[in-house]
Write a protein that binds this ligand. Structure first.
Ligand code: NAD
Length: 255
């Protein structure tokens, strides 16, 4: 379905981004990976699906790095599909929240998507086709205590999604957001570990407690499931799905 297209997925050396990159690759899209850590393992995993894979190490908190990455992606094959996924978390009450963590979360989880989007749109407009998928969160729809920066950034990216969708509503470019509930990635494992330590729980019990608090299905959503939703947004059938914030959250936001 996506043969001949290229997707740039930010924050794709791990977790949800890697899951989405692999799902798009299974449909034949060439992939540009981005993210920290060792990129050779993730690169090999995606290459094994039979597509061309590039990698750029841009730090998504740095606009100059983002510009470099967008130039690299343009020369690699273009950005037909842009998945804004890179994100970090910090958990603390507002009065103890380190201002530099606030700045980093806003820069990585929100502002980076503004930069990639503004730089990707001209070529998408020229081609008359594009898909922009913003990985927000159920925290783009509802809040939790102690996550001020994350909730603000994720509500912000849902807003950016709607504006991007509206500005391109008469074109072949769509923009939508995905809003996962709990997904067991390194980002969430840190929160499981903190809970296990705080309450003297085993890893398994800490996971159960985390789910029970918020997610009625008592199940984690998987990167593979989120990848399939991204594939749907890229399909022809989704060409008039514009500006939605689609939760895949086990019923979290339905409560
Ligand atoms: P993760 O920690 O597994 O992956 C995050 C990725 O972003 C990694 O590849 C990391 O290297 C990269 N990254 C971090 N900082 C970066 C930076 N400054 N520049 C470039 N890359 C950077 O986390 P994840 O759970 O897969 O999260 C991916 C996205 O999904 C995030 O936007 C997160 O907010 C969102 N999300 C996660 C969950 C969850 O339960 N895990 C739920 C809802 C939304």
């Amino acid at each position: 379905m996506l043969k001949g297209k290229t997707a740039l997925v930010t924050g794709s050396t791990s977790g949800i981004g890697l899951g989405i990159a692999k799902a798009l690759a299974r449909q034949g899209a060439g992939i540009v990976l981005n993210g920290f850590g060792d990129s050779s393992g993730p690169k090999a995993e995606v290459e094994a699906l039979g597509v061309r894979v590039g990698y750029h190490a841009a730090d998504m908190s740095k606009p100059a790095d983002i510009e470099d990455m967008m130039q690299y992606a343009a020369s690699f094959g273009g950005v037909d599909i842009l998945v804004n996924n890179a994100g970090i978390q910090h958990v603390a009450p507002i009065e103890d929240f380190p201002p530099e963590r606030w700045d980093a979360i806003l820069a990585i989880n929100l502002t980076s998507a503004f930069h990639t989007t503004r730089l990707a749109l001209p070529a998408m407009k020229k081609a008359g086709w594009g898909r922009i998928i913003n990985v927000a969160s159920v925290h783009g729809l509802v809040a939790s205590a102690q996550k001020s920066a994350y909730v603000a950034a994720k509500h912000g990216i849902v807003g950016l999604t709607k504006v991007t969708a509206l500005e391109n509503a008469t074109t072949g470019i769509t923009c939508n957001a995905i809003c996962p509930g709990w997904v067991l990635t390194p980002l969430v494992q840190k929160q499981v570990d903190a809970r296990a330590q705080q309450f003297g729980l085993s890893n398994e019990d800490a996971k159960k407690q985390l789910l029970a608090e918020k997610e009625p299905s008592l199940q984690f959503t998987t990167p593979e499931e989120l990848g399939e939703l991204a594939v749907f947004f890229c399909s022809d059938a989704a060409k008039n799905v514009r500006g939605v914030a689609w939760n895949m959250d086990g019923g979290w936001a339905a409560q």
